[in-house]
Write a new protein. Sequence first.
Length: 283
Amino acid sequence: MNLRIRTGLAAVAVMLMTAVASAGPAAAITGGEPDGDAHPNVGLIVFYHPDGRFRCSATLISPTVLITAAHCTSRVLGSVLIDFNTSISQTGIPAPYAPAANPAFGYTAAEVAAMGKVSGRAYTHPGYSDLTDTANWNDAGVVVLDSPVTIAPATIAPQDYLNQFKPNVLSKTIFDIVGYGDEVRQADSGSQKPTPLTYPLIRRQTTVIGQKLTPQILQVNGNDSDNRAGGGTCFGDSGGPIFHDGLIVGVTSYGYTKNCRYLAGFQRVDIAGVQSWVNSFLD
């Protein structure tokens, strides 16, 4: 599998340090629309890593556990900040979250609480291959909250749920994706070629069409020019959910292009190795 993977925290989980102004009404990812209150259990997670401060998306699956991607939890420093607001910032000026007092140690739970947000601890699937081995991808992580929340959780699909979709069916199946990723649009100035821009920072949703299934990965067509669906994922959507009939079947893992078009891949969460590990964190 020869992948041009859009991966690594510096690429997939967009840095929050630089503010980017927005122009005009917000579009959604590479298509789609603002999510509003459609998926209140999908949240933004903000965390420190040895390379800086980053963001990803995650989904509440119990009052104290969120599921996300392993590349959003691996080597996280300190506490994770979780924000379930559907609209975080329209302009990004100033940055929406205060920096950690000591970035080398990440956020403390007290710092997160002072911002009025929920804190938690990140855990990475023990079989995570750091996106190097497609047979043992395991790009799954969880964040365990320090205190439970009252938001209704989403449900993970039963084991082997995606196996029902043979290639001729998968290529006609619509999936729903949600996340806090970049908006692809024209910049305020300079080149007017649509490009991923960090702000406005809001929760968005769109639809994609299935393309290929492996024992680890669900790959989809994430092109907003495809008239069968709405668009695709972008930087910052990493770890966010892909749904079928309201069930989480995967989390955003990778993309092929820097402009957030073409194919995208999702770590399957309906496989035994992921489900048994995730279930170990559930009550």
